[in-house]
Ligand binder design. Sequence first.
Ligand SMILES: NC(=O)c1ccc[n+]([C@@H]2O[C@H](COP(=O)([O-])OP(=O)(O)OC[C@H]3O[C@@H](n4cnc5c(N)ncnc54)[C@H](O)[C@@H]3O)[C@@H](O)[C@H]2O)c1
Ligand SMILES: N[C@H](CO)Cc1c[nH]c[nH+]1
Ligand SMILES: [Zn+2]
Length: 419
Amino acid sequence: MKKEDILTRGICFDPEIERTVDEILASVRTNGDQALYEYNRRFDHADLSSLEVSQEEMQKAYKAVASKFLETLKLARKNIEDFHRRQVRSQFVITDQPGVVLGQKITPIERVGLYVPGGTAAYPSTVLMNAVPAKLAGVQEVVMVTPPNEDGSIKPEVLAAAQIAGISRVFKVGGAQAIAALCYGTKTIPRVDKITGPGNIYVATAKRRVYGMVDIDMIAGPSEILVIADETSKPAQVAADLLSQAEHDRMASAVLVTDSLKLAKEVQEELKKQLMTLPRSEIARTSMENNGKIILTDSIDEAVKISNQIAPEHLELSVQDPFRILGAVKNAGSIFLGTQVPEALGDYLAGPNHTLPTGGTARFSSPLSVDDFVKKSSFIYYTADALDKIGDHVIDFAKKEGLDGHARAISVRTKGELL
Ligand SMILES: NC(=O)c1ccc[n+]([C@@H]2O[C@H](COP(=O)([O-])OP(=O)(O)OC[C@H]3O[C@@H](n4cnc5c(N)ncnc54)[C@H](O)[C@@H]3O)[C@@H](O)[C@H]2O)c1
Ligand SMILES: N[C@H](CO)Cc1c[nH]c[nH+]1
Ligand SMILES: [Zn+2]
C-alpha cells in the first residue's frame, strides 16, 4: 500500500448503499409506521407490537440494571455535563452607536431526534453523549431512536441511560428507516427539527440524504482511529487502541503512523496476538483487513502531515512530547495526548463528546456540542434619528445594486417619500 492510496480515502459513496437508503427513505415517507414494522422484521428480525418503549418497559429496564453501572452512568453524565457546560453561549447586545441596538439571540431547537446505534453492540454511552448537550442547550423535546433486539426489547442499560439523561420518548427502530421516520414523521414518531448521533454506513448515508429537509449534526459514521506513535510507545497498548475502534464495525478503520520500524513490526505482531482473544475478532479482523494500515515515516512531523490529510475521527499522539506537536494538528475530531491516554477513555467518561466526524469530514466538522442544539438569530434596532444619519448610505447601496424597492423602504422613512 502506497501512502498516496491512503490519502485518497474519504467519505464512502457506495452506489449500492445509496440506492438501498433511498428506497428505505421513500418507503417510510409513503408507508409510515407500516414500513418501520416491516424493516424491523427484515433487518433486525424483530416482530414488534408497538414502536414506542412503554413506561412499564422503562421502569423495568431501570430496575434490571446493576446499581454499580447506574453509578457509572451518572459519573459519565456528570463529566459530560461539566465539559459541555463550558460550551453554553449567552446572547450578546451591542450599544456602541447612539440610538442603535444590535445583538444575537440564542434559541434552543424545539424538537431533536437522537440516533443511538444498536446493530452489533449497545451504546448507552451514546445516549449520554447526545442527550446531555441537548439538555444543556435547553431543547424541550428530545426523542430517541435505536434498533430493537430480536425479542423486541431494547438493552436495559440503554433505557436506563435514557432515563438518567431525561429523554422523554424512545422508539424501537434503527438504520436508515429511523432517520426517515425522524425526518418525515409517522403516525407514531414525531417529525423533528434536527437529527444527531452516530451510526453505521446506512445511518450516516440516510442522514446525508435527508439533510436540508431536516438539520443534521455531521457525518458520524463507522469509527476511525489514527495513532501517531514513536519508539516510546508500547506495542501492546498501541495494538489494543487500534483494535478498540476496529471492533466497532467491519467498515471501521485503524491506522498506525510511526517513525519507528521496530515499533511497526512489534505492533503488527501484537495485533495478530490480540485478535486471537478478542471476542469481536471477526468484525475487528475484517475492518483491519479492509482499512487497517501501518505507515512508516521519516519523522513524527511527517506523521502529523499525513494525519492532517486523512483527518481522522480520533487521533492518538502516542509520543514522548504530545504537546510539542499538538499545534500542528489541523484535522482531527478528538485528540488523545500521550502514551497513557487510550481513545476508549474518551468514548465513555472523560467528558468531551464521542460523536465525531468521520470519513475525512473532520476537515470541516466538529465534535457534537451544545452549539448543535441551538440556533442564533441576529436582531437590529435603530431610532428614527439613527436611521436618518445612515439612510443616504443605504439608499446609495441599494441603488448600486439596482434594487429601488430597497432604497424606497429607507427613503419613505428618512425623507417621507418614495424615491
Ligand atoms: N462516529 C461516531 O461518532 C460514532 C460513535 C459511536 C458509534 N459509531 C459507529 O456506529 C456504528 C454502529 O453500527 P451498528 O451496525 O452496530 O448499529 P447501527 O444502529 O448504526 O445500525 C444498525 C442498523 O443498520 C441497518 N442495517 C444493517 N444492515 C443493513 C442492510 N444490509 N441494509 C439496510 N440496512 C441495514 C439496520 O436497520 C440496523 O437496525 C458503527 O459503525 C460505529 O463505528 C460511530
Ligand atoms: N468510538 C466510538 C466513536 O467512534 C464511540 C463509542 C461508544 N462506545 C464505545 N465507543
Ligand atoms: Zn469506541
